[in-house]
Design a protein around this ligand. Structure first.
Ligand code: 13P
Length: 252
């Protein structure tokens, strides 16, 4: 079963609303007519309202960079699923390595956030990936498998098929050092195998797996040729309308 490609831009902590306006207004016409790829912009929370309204009636969707597991309550600094839903947010990045490293997010929290998101009809983009130290020690496949199993705990097989997993090796993020196409494929294929083991073949066939880490216009086509790479989660190159549009139009 062919999976629909999904290219998402994670702006991280970049772009004021004024800057978001410039970027989005430049980007929309550049990808006009691209119909065979899911295109997702993930701005900071302050720009979600602007971006969701700006891309309404276009081929572009919006994702948040995080989401909490409760619908409301005393959780200072967090954003609840219904708040995102109200704005028309369709996806939520969950468990990015920067959240795990700097803000103490755990596998258990990632699972709770992902379950709450999907319950609210927001598609989780669950991030996994090993550090350079883990890669050099050798058991990076086991490490990533552990993150995937923890994140998917408690989902039904049907739900698992709706998710997006982003494999982002930490050593490739913001370093300019993209994983080779073969390195990306090796881990993405392993993730699909883990999904087949813990769920079933139809979930494994349906789930979309992105690669992330220094993706550039020059590297996207080679990545997308790989059987188990269904898309990309793009950081730095998503901050430039022209670069990101070239990545979205990887088919040429
Ligand atoms: P870069 O594309 O800047 O390496 O960032 C990748 C990333 O972390 C996307 O979530």
């Amino acid at each position: 079963m062919p999976r629909r490609p999904i290219i998402a831009g994670n702006w991280k902590m970049n772009k004021t609303v004024a800057e978001a306006k410039e970027l989005v207004n430049e980007f929309i016409p550049l990808v006009n007519g691209v119909g065979d790829v899911d295109i997702v912009l993930c701005p900071p929370a302050t720009a979600l309202q602007f971006v969701t309204s700006a891309v309404k009636d276009t081929n572009i969707d919006v994702g948040s960079q995080n989401v909490h597991w409760e619908d409301s309550g005393a959780f200072t600094g967090e954003i609840a699923p219904p708040m995102l839903k109200e704005l028309g947010v369709k996806y939520a990045i969950i468990g990015h390595s920067e959240r795990r490293e700097y803000f103490g997010e755990t596998d258990e929290g990632v699972n709770k956030r992902a379950r709450a998101a999907l319950k609210a009809d927001i598609i989780p983009i669950i991030c996994v990936g090993e550090s350079l130290e883990t890669r050099e020690k050798g058991d990076y496949l086991g490490f990533v498998a552990g993150q995937v199993k923890a994140a998917l705990n408690g989902f039904s097989n049907e739900e698992i098929g709706k998710l997006v997993i982003a494999y982002e090796p930490i050593w490739a993020i913001g370093t300019g050092k993209t994983a080779t196409f073969e390195q990306a494929e090796e881990v993405c294929a392993h993730i699909r195998k883990i999904v087949a083991d813990i769920a079933d073949k139809s979930a494994a066939d349906a789930i979309r797996i992105q690669y992330g880490g220094s993706v550039k216009p020059a590297t996207i086509a080679g990545l997308m040729e790989k059987e188990n790479v269904d898309g990309a989660l793009v950081g730095g190159a998503a901050l430039k309308a022209n670069d990101f549009s070239q990545i979205v139009k990887f088919k040429g």
